[in-house]
Design a protein around this ligand. Structure first.
Ligand code: MV4
Length: 445
């Protein structure tokens, strides 16, 4: 087993990983930027190394500084968390060359799944259902028009290097396609240095349902419970739940089977998430695969009663998976508490926390790095806490979440807490009668 793990991240996920390392008897090294010197991950790690100034590109994204920090502290593994370098194949390659185990998939796997058009084509070939559209990338407006007229409008143009919204356009008819192609491709070029696009049928009013999987070095791949991540705003997830309240048992088992088929066919190792869209007829389609631990992993942990970060560390160290997921128990929600003002278009609201009280009690979990009098720096993403609530049934978890939010107090900054309370009181949400247009329909202020 590893002796010392460096956590190449900050915020709640750095703390989340440190907690598991402690329970496993593994020493920890935090890295931090100048503006994170008072952050909790620095306090709770055994050692901490400052890796540069506030801007991510000068610290959390600076590969040489992170590798040096691992070398001077003698860390034998690096956990990248999510975001930053988690899906950077160059980083995972340099770790390998430096004899430091990268806790995640191989550079080759990261590249293959990071190319969304290629990943989709790979999955289609092995029999995983995918959204109808181009097989791989397209190279011209004419090709886009030809495929679109074959499969029918509306269609979507998506960036091969994208994922999660950037470089994505809905196209309702042929008149719009040339323009959409140009703007999506330019946006992708600017954001990812890669303007390549692919095209697919636009699935109307879908649910986003994803399957958590874990593969070990012996070719075993297991799946855990699915997560429903349909409550998003501008492709930022805000609420996730497990199990999905809309899929049938038949869809659930077929989706899990498809996820395992896809992962086994590429010899997947480590934690991964296979994302699907589910339409109103329960048809499901693969859209992307993520090769990292995700923000919303706790909802799966709670219903499966398994520490996914521990499983990641075990399989990275070469152990066989022995905690086989059984039948899930209960229902779990995660609410993302962001330092944003929901009354002002979710504008970021960093600054000093003047008063803080976290909820507690049965079935309530908080993953957070903030504390009273802490100042949230403006340089990073706005997630400040995750409220994770478990109940035996969905309705119980909803009532418990409302109770937890009544105890929750954060003063000094604006947060998404009022938004979550509004959603929890919404009749349609309570009846699980929602889809991807839910926020625009009920919460566009
Ligand atoms: C789609 C789609 C409809 N059809 N793809 C992909 C990234 C994710 N953040 C949004 N994505 C979508 N991809 C096809 N072919 C609709 C969405 C979508 C969406 C999906 C789930 C939850 C909320 C959403 C909000 C807008 C668009």
């Amino acid at each position: 087993m590893f002796k010392k793990i460096l956590i190449a991240n900050r915020g709640e996920i750095a703390l989340r990983i440190i907690r598991t390392c402690k329970e496993m008897g593994i020493a920890t090294v935090a890295v931090y930027s100048e503006s994170d010197k008072d952050s909790l991950h620095v306090v709770f790690a055994d050692e901490a190394v400052c890796i540069g100034p506030s801007l991510s590109k000068d610290s959390y994204l600076k590969i040489p500084s992170i590798i040096s920090a691992a070398q001077v502290t003698g860390a034998d593994a690096i956990h990248p968390g999510y975001g930053f370098l988690a899906e950077n194949s160059e980083f995972s390659e340099i770790c390998a060359e430096s004899n430091i185990k990268f806790i995640g998939p191989s550079p080759d796997m990261i590249d293959k799944m990071g190319d969304k058009a290629f990943a989709k084509s790979t999955m289609r070939k092995v029999g995983v259902p995918v959204v109808p559209g181009s097989d791989g990338a397209i190279t011209s407006i004419q090709e886009a028009k030809d495929i679109a007229s074959e499969i029918g409008y509306p269609v979507m143009l998506k960036a091969s290097a994208g994922g999660g919204g950037k470089g994505m356009r809905i196209v309702w008819n042929e008149d719009e396609i040339a323009n959409a192609y140009q703007t999506a491709s330019n946006e992708a070029e600017v954001s990812f240095n890669n303007g390549e696009l692919y095209l697919e049928k636009f699935i109307e009013h879908p649910h986003h349902v994803e399957i958590q999987i874990m593969g070990d070095q012996f070719g075993n791949v297991y799946h855990y419970s699915e997560r429903d991540c349909t409550i998003q705003r501008r492709h930022q997830k805000l609420i996730e739940e497990s199990p999905s309240p809309i899929i049938t048992e038949e869809t659930r088992s077929k989706m899990a089977e498809a996820a395992i088929l896809g992962a086994k066919s590429v010899n997947y190792e480590g934690a991964g998430t296979v994302e699907f869209l589910v339409d109103k007829h329960q048809k499901f389609y693969f859209i992307e695969m993520n090769t990292r631990i995700q923000v919303e992993h706790p909802v799966t942990e709670m219903v499966n009663n398994i520490d996914l970060v521990k499983q990641q560390i075990l399989v990275a160290a070469g152990e066989k998976i022995t905690e086989i997921p059984g039948k899930p128990v209960g229902h779990c929600f995660e609410f993302r508490i962001n330092a944003e003002d929901p009354d002002n278009n979710f504008r970021p609201s960093p600054g000093k926390i003047d008063y803080l009280h976290f909820p507690g009690g049965f079935g309530v979990r908080i993953d957070s790095h903030i504390y009273n009098q802490y100042t949230i720096p403006p340089y990073y993403d706005s997630l400040v806490a995750k409220l994770i609530v478990w109940g035996m049934y969905r309705e119980h978890a909803i009532k418990r979440a409302i109770r937890a939010f009544e105890e929750f107090a954060i003063e000094g900054i604006k947060t998404t807490i009022p938004f979550h309370i509004d959603v929890l009181e919404n009749e349609k949400f309570r009846e699980a009668d929602y889809d991807t247009s839910f926020i625009d329909k009920y919460f566009l202020k």
